[in-house]
Every structure is written in structure tokens, then in C-alpha cells.
Design a binder for this molecule. Structure first.
Ligand code: PEP
Ligand code: MG
Length: 841
């Protein structure tokens, strides 16, 4: 019956077994059988069969037992579709009873036979009879006495004899494993790992090979690569007179597999079996096309292969393993690309807290910029700079950051803010700089007056205390945590080259400074998609000039101060153009409200009054008069361009003069100029007229020729809706999805961090829309804008430059919408590129 029943099928070369009917383990075992490896007799139970068992409908257990040579013991192991989804633990030595025990005593000896029986009694008691594992705590030693004690404990608890019929034992084990899979916690656990609600469980019933008995007996695991580094290295453990994965239980008696200075090895103990085992492992790598961990048993010197599972691996190992398999011709480059998760690349690009260390967590927030760093707490930019001058690494802790903090961020190793979300100032700047950053860390209490942070458990930290920021996980840890360095090696570079060959959507970088541009260049970005020019004014040397410009009483005065900013901006742009060597560079004209550049506290205002030679009261009054209730919706972006045109005029001139400068010694530069926060056609017409006039003036003054491309940032809903009338004036539209998300939802990007986690936890939003593009709402505006813009101006370049540009799901959306490129923080370029390649494969 069994042979004809696809639901309880003997694993042979031809049996109908598939991942999605019998699970990954059953399928893998069939592959091993096809490779003629010494795999013990195995029967696979399908998902359907196990589901029926769970409901109380057992298959013909006698028939299953009948598939195995008479008198053999069996083991049952789970076989889910994806090994990551878990499953109940394996049960070994099923079928042993008093009679078989006595018989085994004669063939393999009393002590090993007792060990087999004891193990089964205890596993049965805990797994099937659901008894408390602690009841066996007093069972000491091994041999017949331990067996008797285990049996007595079982019988005392259950008031029944230990079942002696092998078929009854097997039926009970199958039932308990099927039911364990249906338990609530198992269900939640696997769903958290991405398993569908109806994920099935298969089971494999396998003939036991004893790792105990006479001659050399034992069990172990072997793999050909190191799980941490992914480098070729035979690793694993072997324990004589053991079963299952006992060798991995930290037993000091377990041997290393190959010659090892730490002690004797399996290789020295049984050289032939070792040679056979490594040959099998290589064959498995070759034919299963993956690095496998091989589970094996030696019985009286003879090797048996019980199982193979994919080697567990760190992020860096996953890259090395995929590239090595492709290099060896085992898988294609495309397949290697598909095997690396884009998100895991983030872990290679930055230092990380060593995943093996225990974490002393004192706070958590939004993981705003990945990587980790340790340093002493400082509470403002001045302290950060002083700390840096002393050569002491520091962590800048702020309620939130503003342009004034930029110099502190440059001096610090990492930043924590109590407020803010994924697109807040600290987050955007941190990502751009590659500086680890946690924002919205509101579960730590920050007292700026006392200069303390208090952890949820009451511990207080102050200036000079050492902490670690884990920007990848969004955690703050006490003290210095052990780190793992970034791993940008040759394999990473090669994988990126392959990705570049496959990807069919451009990847640009958001870069504001020469350092950012250099990072973008190193990651082979296809240009700069967004240069936020205002970041250039945060430099301490320029901030005062900037403030002078803001305080200018008349347009004439303002022009005079801008004259001093002009050469600085020209240098900025010349450097960017040179670094990007002929790649497009898209420069966004000035965007933020001017008052962001003014000091918020009295001390700063006093300093400013001194620098400007004005009375303090006048400075304070002026600052107050510029304050806005809703600055993100106030006088900023193109609205400044219209009302204070001198700033954009200076920037346009700086861009064109830099264009001439950089084209002198390299390829001709074609700058892209982008207008932010547009909501009306007339805004574009006005700025375009002014920029055209500056271009004409510079051409004639310098007697030079150059072209440029003018574009609009679509970041208000109205700009998306009115794209048809805006597009005819531009060469490109770039969707600024940070502001567009903010305005579509009416959700402040700087304040949403306070309640976003509640919203996500309660399922109001599936995810933070500042992090993952809201395809339904904001996405519809993107589609509308793209369609209307393209219809009015066929061939117009379309792109996205909000933070979503580096998010794999959002990239998929943009690719489907026919966008030309996405632009993201320089350090996310590799992640975006791999995601783009996977979409194209
Ligand atoms: C945006 O709004 O999406 C954008 C890229 O601009 P910023 O983040 O500078 O407002
Ligand atoms: Mg914006």
C-alpha cells in the first residue's frame, strides 16, 4: 500500500516527492538518494498525510513500519517547505522496547543499548506524553540504572506502562509532531518568518543508524565553509558514542573535524570515513548547488549520511558563498544575485555590533542610519567638537537636530535623537554621511538641563559615559559592544558588477558634499539624483555668512552678501562635477525655510548679534518675526525662489560657472537644476526665466557654450495632479516622496515618529509610509504625475529621489511605472542596485 500511496512514500530516485508536497527535507533526501550517497531507508509523509494525522486520521502505520527491515528502530524528523519555518524536534530510536533492548544488549552492548532506550523514553515523555522535562533531572549516569529510573519516572507520572508496541509508539510520535505544528506559538513563529497561514508540514521516517555501539561509532555535522566568513573551511563537530546533534551541544569531548591545534580530530581518528565524507559534501555542493551542512553517523566505522541542510550564514558569508558558487560554475551569476537579500548588504557596508554578543539595551528607537559605533555621551555640537579634538570618540545625543548640529554630527561617531522619524534632519544627514543614527528614541528619558539620559530600567547616563549606538537595529546599548568591521571585499565588488549588468533602471545617489559624491562614485552610482544645496551652508565657516544674508535689509544688501557665497558654491559644484566625471549631477535649488539657519537659543543669538554688530533685541525680534507655525508648509522651496530671487540667481550662476570650470579639463558637464516644492506652473515659468537669463549672461561674459537641463521636483500633491501643465517647461520630473508622503497623508515627517510605532503595531498603517512607499495613495499620485507628465512631454525623464529610492519594494514600483532612475543615499546604492537586478532577472 505504501508504495502506491504518494502521501506515505518510500524515498527512492523516482518517487513523486516535491518541496511543496513533502517539504524541503524529504526533497533533499531524495536528491541524496539520487547521488547514491549512503542514506538510510526513508519514508516521506506528505503535508496532506500529516494534516490528516493532526486531525486524528492516522495512515496505516503498520504499513509504514513494514517498509523497513524487521526489527529496525526509526526516527522521525520534520520537513517543512522552507527550513526556516522550523518544525517540531526530531524523535530518535522509535520502536525500542524491553525485548529489543535485551537483544541489543547482546549485539551492541548494554550501555549503548540503554542509552538508546533512555533517550527515547525521555523524548517520548516530553514530546508525546507532554510531561515536564525537569522530572528527569535526577536521573544520573548512563546504563541500565538510568534507563530504569527513566521508565519508573514515566510510569509514576502517567500511571501507565511505557508503550511497548513499535507501531503504537510511531503512531503516537507522528500524532504529537503533527499537532505541535498546529500549535498557536509554532504558527505565530513561522508566520513571523514569512510562512503562509496554511503552510504544511511533512515528516520523514528514517531507519536509525546507531551512533553508539561497538567499534568506532558516533554522530556529527560537517560543512565546507565557515558560517561567519563564508570562506572555504571544513568545520563541524563529531562526538563518539552519540546520536543526533549531540556533538554540537557544547560537549568538551566532541572532536573538530579536520586537523586542529585545539585537539585531536575526526580526520585523525577515522581518515577513510573523513575522506569519504568530504567527498560526499563536495558532491552535494556541486549537485545540490548550495553549501550544505551534512549530518552524518559513523556506525562501526562505516559512514552514513542522514541529512543535509543549507549552511546557516552571516550576511557577509551569504555574499561570499553565492559568488564562489557562481565562480565555480555551479550556479549562474543571475542565480547568485537572487540568492543574496538586498537588505543584508547593509550589514556589509558598515561596522556592526557583533551578532554573537549579549546586548545590554538601554533604549530603542527608529533605525535611521545603519552601522554601529561606541563613544562617550555628549549633549551638543561644541562638546562633540571638543571631544573629537581630544581624540575621544563621542555620541551626540539631542532632542532633535537642526543645521546647527551638523558640525557636531561631523565630530561624532553616531547620533541619537529623542524625536523625529525616518526622514527627520538627523536621519537624512546621518544616512548621507554613513553615520549610525537612532531617532525617535523616546523610551529613554532625556533631560537636557541636567544632561542625563535615563534608561527604562532607571539607570542614568551622563556626559562622558560610554554607550554604543546600533543604527541597524535602532538600539542603544550600555558600554562598548564588540564590533564586526565592514566587509567590502572583492566578492562584494564582483557581485555589484554583476548586478549592474542586469539592472534595467538607473541608480543615482543623493549626495550633498564631495565626500558623499566620492562614496557615490565608489559604488558606481549613475550620477547624483539630488544634491541638497542647503547642506553646503551648514558648514561652520559659511553659517555666519548665510545668517548675514538672511538679515540683509534690502535686496541690494542681500546680493552683496551672496557675492561672498558665490565662490564657495562654485567650488562646491566644481568639485562635485569633477568627482562625478561626466555623470549627471542634479542640483536642487535652495529648499528649507531660512529661519532653520538661525540660532534657537539665547547664547547663539547673542553670538550672532556680536558677529553682525547688531543689538541683541533686534536679532531676537527678527528671529521671532521669521518664526512660522507650520514651517514645512511655509516660506520655503520655490516660494523663496519667487520672493527672494537673489538666492536662486546666485546658485544658478555658481552652477554655470562651475560647469565651465569643470568642462575645461574633462568631459563637457551638463548640469541638471531642480526646483523644489513646486505647486503651480507659474512658479516654474518664473524660475525658468530667471535661470535662463543667468545662463545667457554667463555665456556671454565668459564667451562659453554649455547646456543645462531644468526640472521640477514633484513633492506637493498639486504638482503631481498638474503635471501636464508643468512638464512642458522641464526636461525631467523627480518625485520627492518625503514631502509628497507628508502632504498626501497630512502627516508631519518630523513629528510622526512619536506615534508611528503605535500606528504600525495597531495595523492602522501596514508600515511607516516614510520608510516604505505607500503604493495605494502616494503611489497613485506618482502614477498620475508620471502619466500626465509623459503625455504632455514625451521622453521626459522620470525619477524618485525621496528616501524611498533605496527601498526594494519602492524600486519595484518605480520600475513598473517606467521610471528612468531612482536616487538614494550613497550607502544604499548597492542595496538598490541588487534589488533592481533581482527585478530584472
Ligand atoms: C523629498 O521631499 O522627498 C526630498 C527628497 O526632499 P527633502 O527630503 O530634502 O525635503
Ligand atoms: Mg522635499
Amino acid at each position: 500500500a505504501v508504495q502506491n500511496d504518494p502521501h506515505t512514500t518510500l524515498v527512492t530516485e523516482t518517487a513523486p516527492i516535491a518541496n511543496d508536497t513533502h517539504g524541503g527535507r524529504a526533497k533533499c533526501l531524495q536528491r541524496l538518494v539520487r547521488l547514491h550517497l549512503p542514506v538510510p531507508h526513508t519514508v516521506a509523509l506528505s503535508f496532506d498525510a500529516v494534516a490528516r494525522i493532526g486531525k486524528g486520521n492516522l495512515p496505516d502505520v503498520q504499513a509504514v513500519v513494514g517498509q523497513f527491515p524487521a526489527g529496525t528502530l526509526l526516527c522521525v524528523r520534520p520537513s517543512s517547505q522552507d527550513p526556516d519555518w522550523g518544525g517540531p524536534g526530531a524523535v530518535l530510536n522509535i520502536g525500542i522496547n524491553d525485548t529489543r533492548f535485551e537483544a541489543l544488549c547482546k549485539t551492541i552492548g548494554e550501555k549503548p543499548a540503554a542509552a538508546l532506550y533512555t533517550r527515547f523514553v525521555q523524548a517520548y515523555a516530553v514530546g508525546v506524553a507532554r510531561l515536564d522535562p525537569d522530572m528527569f533531572d535526577d536521573v544520573k549516569g548512563d546504563g541500565r540504572l538510568a534507563l530504569q529510573a527513566s521508565l519508573s519516572a514515566y510510569e509514576a507520572e502517567t500511571e501507565e506502562e511505557f508503550p511497548q508496541d513499535p507501531a503504537t509508539q510511531l503512531a503516537a510520535v507522528l500524532r504529537s509532531m503533527a499537532r505541535a505544528w498546529d500549535g498557536t506559538s509554532a504558527r505565530l513563529l513561522r508566520q513571523a518568518k514569512g510562512a503562509p497561514a496554511d503552510a504544511g508540514l511533512g515528516l520523514v521516517v528514517q531507519q536509525m543508524v546507531f551512533g553508539v555501539g561497538t567499534g568506532q561509532c558516533g554522530a556529527g555535522v560537517l560543512q565546507l565553509v565557515d558560517s561567519d566568513t563564508g570562506l572555504p573551511q571544513i568545520t563541524g563537530r563529531y562526538l563518539s558514542q552519540s546520536q543526533g546533534r549531540d556533538a554540537l551541544e557544547g560537549d568538551a569531548a566532541a572532536l573538530y573535524l579536520t586537523c586542529d591545534p585545539r585537539g585531536p580530530s575526526f580526520e585523525e581518528l577515522v581518515p577513510e570515513a573523513f575522506a569519504e565524507l568530504t567527498a560526499h559534501a563536495s558532491l552535494m555542493r556541486q549537485r545540490l548547488r548550495a553549501e550544505m551542512q551534512v549530518e552524518f553517523v559513523i556506525e562501526d566505522g562505516k559512514l552514513h549520511i542522514l541529512d543535509g541542510v543549507r549552511v546557516s550564514r552571516s550576511s557577509r558569508a551569504s555574499v561570499r558563498i553565492a559568488v564562489a558558487l557562481a565562480d565555480d560554475g555551479i550556479i549562474s551569476r543571475e542565480e547568485a544575485l537572487m540568492r543574496v537579500q538586498p537588505r543584508t548588504l547593509t550589514e556589509l557596508l558598515h561596522r556592526q555590533v557583533d551578532p554573537r554578543v549579549k546586548r545590554d539595551r538601554i533604549g530603542r528607537g527608529i533605525p535611521a542610519s545603519p552601522g554601529a559605533a561606541t563613544g562617550k555621551i555628549v549633549f551638543n555640537a561644541t562638546e562633540a567638537q571638543a571631544s573629537a579634538a581630544r581624540g575621544e570618540p563621542c555620541i551626540l545625543v539631542r532632542r532633535e537636530t537642526s543645521p546647527e548640529d551638523i558640525r557636531g554630527m561631523h565630530a561624532a561617531q553616531a547620533v541619537i535623537t529623542e524625536r523625529g522619524g525616518i526622514t527627520s534632519h538627523a536621519a537624512v544627514i546621518g544616512r548621507g554621511m554613513g553615520l549610525p543614527c537612532v531617532v525617535g528614541a523616546s523610551n529613554m528619558h532625556l533631560n537636557m538641563a541636567k544632561r542625563t539620559i535615563t534608561a527604562p530600567d532607571g539607570r542614568v547616563f551622563t556626559t562622558g559615559d560610554e554607550i554604543t549606538v546600533d543604527g541597524t537595529k535602532g538600539e542603544i546599548l550600555a558600554g562598548a559592544a564588540a564590533m564586526q568591521e565592514a566587509a567590502l571585499d572583492d566578492t562584494f565588488t564582483r557581485l555589484m558588477e554583476w548586478a549592474q549588468d542586469c539592472a534595467d533602471i538607473g541608480i543615482r545617489a543623493n549626495a550633498d558634499t564631495p565626500a558623499d559624491a566620492q562614496t557615490a562614485r565608489n559604488f558606481n552610482a549613475h550620477g547624483i539624483g539630488l544634491c541638497r544645496t542647503e547642506h553646503m551652508f551648514f558648514d561652520p565657516g559659511r553659517l555666519t555668512v548665510m545668517r548675514e544674508m538672511i538679515f540683509a535689509a534690502t535686496g541690494e544688501d542681500r546680493r552683496a552678501v551672496l557675492e561672498r557665497l558665490l565662490p564657495m558654491q562654485r567650488d562646491d559644484f566644481t568639485q562635485l562635477f569633477r568627482i562625478m566625471q561626466g555623470q549627471p549631477v542634479c542640483i536642487r535649488l535652495f529648499d528649507p525655510p531660512l529661519h532653520e539657519f538661525l540660532p534657537a537659543d539665547k547664547a547663539g543669538q547673542r553670538e550672532l548679534a556680536e558677529a553682525l554688530g547688531l543689538p541683541l533685541s533686534q536679532v531676537t525680534r527678527r528671529i521671532e518675526s521669521m518664526t512660522e507655525y507650520n514651517p514645512m508648509l511655509g516660506l520655503r522651496g520655490v516660494r523663496l525662489g519667487v520672493t527672494v530671487p537673489e538666492i536662486y540667481e546666485m546658485q544658478a550662476r555658481a552652477i554655470f560657472e562651475a560647469t565651465i570650470e569643470a568642462s575645461r579639463d574633462g568631459e563637457p558637464v551638463v548640469p541638471e537644476i531642480m526646483i523644489p516644492l513646486v505647486s503651480a506652473r507659474r512658479e516654474v515659468e518664473m524660475v525658468k526665466a530667471s535661470v535662463d537669463a543667468i545662463a545667457a549672461a554667463v555665456r556671454s561674459e565668459r564667451d562659453a557654450t554649455f547646456t543645462y537641463r531644468l526640472g521640477v521636483m514633484v513633492e506637493t500633491p498639486r504638482a503631481a495632479l498638474r503635471a501636464a501643465e508643468i512638464a512642458p517647461h522641464c526636461a525631467f520630473l523627480s518625485f520627492g516622496t518625503n514631502d509628497l508622503t507628508q502632504m498626501t497623508y497630512g502627516l508631519s515627517r518630523d513629528d510622526a515618529g512619536r506615534f508611528m510605532s503605535d500606528y504600525v503595531q495597531q495595523g492602522v498603517f501596514p508600515e511607516d509610509p516614510f520608510h516604505v512607499l505607500d503604493q495605494d495613495g502616494v503611489g497613485e499620485l506618482l502614477q498620475l504625475g508620471a502619466e500626465r507628465g509623459r503625455k504632455a512631454q514625451p521622453g521626459i525623464t522620470l525619477s524618485i529621489c525621496g528616501e524611498h529610492g533605496g527601498n526594494p519594494e519602492s524600486i519595484a514600483f518605480c520600475r513598473d511605472a517606467g521610471f528612468d532612475y531612482v536616487s538614494c543615499s550613497p550607502f544604499r546604492v548597492p542595496v538598490a542596485r541588487l534589488a533592481a537586478a533581482q527585478l530584472a532577472i
